[in-house]
Design a protein around this ligand. Structure first.
Ligand SMILES: [Zn+2]
Length: 186
């Protein structure tokens, strides 16, 4: 659907094509299309034929270097998909943002499978390493990784024992890349 002036736009939203408009502030060109690089309101100037975005301070969007919290929605061998729910120290997010954690960014040491890093429904703390959706994330630093997880068998909260996560009900360990900020300790 075509956007109109004053519409709220998100990074990556298509604003127009270069045959119609010149890319203005807060935009970038991608394969003949003008897209928003910032969150804000759309300015379509039909006289000067310019499409721009007035950056809004009311919203926040993930930016490179931000620490974000997210819920893992899908885990494949080489990557996990994360629904970003908040940015540390910033205003609430407007809209939904998707992140991806690639296996090469999961830990400092070699990681064989993402299934050793995280699981669906884990809450993770991650650093944003690229500027648009799907935002690429890293959990390599010690303070990053899983901050809350539940047992894949019984759903009980997993507790940190030493550097491993354990289900106290079944006395089984589960593999994760655990953050130093993990929420439950024995
Ligand atoms: Zn369990």
């Amino acid at each position: 659907m075509a956007k109109s002036s004053k519409d709220v736009v998100m990074p990556g939203d298509e604003l127009g094509v270069i045959e119609e408009y010149m890319p203005g502030n807060g935009t970038y060109e991608d394969d003949g299309k003008i897209k928003a690089s910032s969150v804000g309101t759309l300015d379509l100037d039909t006289k000067s034929r310019k499409a721009g975005v007035s950056v809004s301070r009311k919203f926040s969007v993930p930016e490179v270097g931000d620490l974000v919290e997210g819920i893992v929605t899908l885990v494949k061998d080489d990557k996990a998909v994360v629904s970003i729910v908040g940015i540390r120290g910033k205003r609430p997010l407007t809209g939904e943002f998707t992140g991806e954690l690639h296996i090469s960014q999961a830990a400092k040491s070699y990681t064989k499978s993402m299934h050793d890093v995280t699981n669906v429904n884990d809450r993770i703390l991650a650093k944003v390493i690229t500027g648009w959706t799907p935002y690429q994330l890293s959990t390599a630093d010690d303070n990053l990784g899983v901050i809350f997880a539940t047992c894949t068998k019984c759903g009980d909260s997993l507790v940190l024992r030493g550097d491993k996560l354990v289900c106290l009900a079944e006395k089984v360990y589960e593999r994760r890349k655990v953050s130093s900020e993990y929420s439950l300790r024995e």
